[in-house]
Design a protein around this ligand. Sequence first.
Ligand code: URA
Length: 196
Amino acid sequence: METCRVCDLPVTNTQVVVSRGNPQAKLMLIGEAPGAFEDEIGKPFVGRSGKVLDRLLESVGLDPQTDVYITNVVKCRPPNNRRPTGNEIASSLPWLQQQIELVDPYVIALAGSTAVEAILAKKGGITRLRGQWQDWQGRLLMPLLHPAYLLRNPSKAEGAPIALTRGDLMEVCSRLNQIKQNSLVSEMDLARDRQP
Ligand code: URA
């Protein structure tokens, strides 16, 4: 990724921002693009949005270091934190696709409309799509509201964006537990079948 010059973002960024978390995690979270903090530090979601994200993950029992692999659609900071253009997104997708294949997660959480539009090619429906499982290339996808949107809507009330997102993450958690249990059961079945 460091040598990529397919779009013009490497002219203005400080560094390429690839990932943080666990590359062996069964959950991958994809955001939009690095902001100023991420560009400076070299890791995704380390600014204010990242703090909100980590707090939410922890609130449902997920450890941001070990239970999740976190990345963005676009790996270079767009100038002034503008939304990435269609061309920048298209240039980044082959990198994202490689990350997905290498990490091989059971579940992918898409944080915000840029990630949803980039992966699912569905436009403008994050408030309608959030919380609804999607099938994509044999994987389960969960669209979520973006943490920056939660910062702008800080109400803690039931039914407010923060509570909805927490509910969506709880759904992710219980599906992950289900999948892990099922694969444990099939491993136990295989081991039993192998016994003479
Ligand atoms: N920081 C990131 O790394 N990604 C986003 O989408 C927003 C903030």
